[in-house]
Design a protein around this ligand. Structure first.
Ligand code: SAH
Ligand code: SF4
Length: 422
């Protein structure tokens, strides 16, 4: 979502006639787009801002510093005090153009909450082949640990006509793989007139001529419907990949997180999806060390990972976020214990991911070739429909093609493959 926002910010800059440059020391404007979801990335923003301030003092006194994104929204005053000239939150990019035209005044553009996100902002995409398309902004779920509803405000579904127009336009300029974005795509449509819902939207996007691959992220387990599984199974463009964040394996922890499902329910969703969609890869998000997570709770997460065998997982240590319910919950798990649990879980998951990929050696996958492999001469790389990486010998003429590739050697990250004789 942040990457997609950065493409909008780049589009606004491009429309103003700005061009990218290599070093902040040479820039008229430096823009940091930021993530507030965990403490670490937020701290990094402050240190980057410090660096930019030093560059301004030393060699570039007219440098204008802009901070955008979720940190801008939740730490506006601190950022202004620490030298940011323009601070712009994720619902306010429509106001950025005017602020950038008038570089003489500092300002905070951080109206949040239910402010409508504007349509029709310019966009400068970083790749032609793959595109992110927002379908719903904000989040109303308020999971106990999460800053997103505070930073990105209330849910706002985009109109299907606007979404379809964007999809058609990116497909016309060469996109073959589209990811529909929302904090919870399953909430799509509840605030729109008529009966459009997420599976219904998928059907309409699938019908766009020229699209090869359709993905989405993220689907919240509490709202995932049989209709969604049916749409994934049925629609030719819908990729065999489901990202379904589990967050924890213990019902007690899930309850305190306010996630609205039990482990058993989560497991039944994964089973139903795997049964309906052959070759499905399932990935997840999880955190360790949520306040009050006991060794027994953590064990439930370990057992869940053993049982469900995810293809990949984004694994995090819980960190307190200002103003969330979990910030006030206790007891906090000590940092060393969080680290120990994370290492244990990562080791288990790495082993599982490697085993899954090794077991698929010999299978043929459709690969959308994206770029030359940066590490091995004469090789290119791309992704399968399951969103796994495949590296294989081939020339740059293959970039943009979808080709059948046999997985030869499986690794944690994907496969080394070879072109299949057609
Ligand atoms: N909307 C998505 C998640 C967006 S945030 C969903 O509901 O699944 C991405 C991931 O960051 C979350 O899935 C969670 O695993 C992690 N995360 C969110 N808040 C966190 C916190 N306070 N500490 C650690 N990880 C967190
Ligand atoms: Fe955060 Fe929960 Fe909303 Fe996801 S669904 S963005 S985890 S509050």
């Amino acid at each position: 979502m942040n990457e997609r926002d950065s493409e909008t910010i780049a589009g606004i800059c491009e429309q103003l006639g700005m061009v990218p440059c290599e070093r902040p020391a040479d820039a008229d404007v430096a823009i940091l787009n930021t993530c507030a979801v965990r403490e670490k990335p937020q701290e990094r923003v402050l240190s980057r801002l410090g660096e930019l301030n030093r560059i301004r003092r030393r060699s570039n006194p007219d440098l204008v510093i802009v901070v955008a994104g979720c940190v801008a929204q939740i730490a506006t005053d601190e950022l202004r005090e620490r030298g940011a000239d323009i601070v712009v939150g994720p619902r306010c990019y429509d106001m950025l153009q005017e602020a950038l035209e008038d570089l003489t005044r500092g300002c905070s553009l951080t109206e949040g909450g239910a402010r409508p996100v504007a349509e029709g902002l310019p966009v400068c995409r970083t790749t032609n082949l793959k595109a992110y398309v927002n379908i719903i902004y904000g989040c109303d779920n308020f999971c106990a640990y999460c800053i997103v509803p505070h930073a990105r405000g209330r849910e706002q579904s985009r109109k299907p006509t606007d979404i379809l127009a964007e999809v058609r336009s990116v497909v016309a300029t060469g996109a073959r793989d589209i990811t529909l974005l929302g904090q919870n795509v399953n909430s799509y449509g509840h605030d729109l007139p008529g009966s459009i819902d997420f599976p219904g939207l998928m059907r309409r996007v699938d019908a766009v001529e020229g699209l090869d691959r359709l993905r989405f992220t993220t689907s919240h387990p509490k709202d995932m419907s049989d209709e969604l599984i049916a749409a994934m199974a049925e629609l030719p463009t819908a990729c065999e990949h489901l990202h379904l964040p589990i967050q924890a394996g213990s019902d007690a922890v899930l309850e305190r997180m306010g996630r609205g499902y039990t482990y058993e329910h989560f497991r039944s969703l994964v089973e139903a999806a795997r049964a309906a969609i052959p070759g499905l890869s399932v990935t997840t998000d999880v955190m360790v060390g949520f306040p009050g997570e006991t060794p027994t709770d953590f064990d439930c997460t370990m057992r869940a990972f053993e049982e469900l065998r995810f293809d990949q997982a984004f694994m995090f240590k819980y960190s307190d976020r200002p103003g969330t319910r979990a910030e006030r919950m206790g007891p906090k798990v000590p940092e060393e214990e969080k680290q120990r649990r994370l290492v244990e879980l990562v080791e288990l998951q790495n082993e599982i991911a490697r085993e899954i990929n090794v077991a698929l050696e010999g299978e043929v996958f459709e690969v959308l070739v994206e770029e030359p492999d940066p590490k091995s001469e004469g090789h290119v790389r791309g992704r399968t429909r399951q969103n796994k990486l495949m590296i294989f010998p081939g020339g740059e003429h293959l970039i943009g093609e979808i080709v059948p590739i046999r997985a030869v050697r499986g690794y944690l990250w994907g496969w080394i493959g070879e072109a299949e004789e057609v």
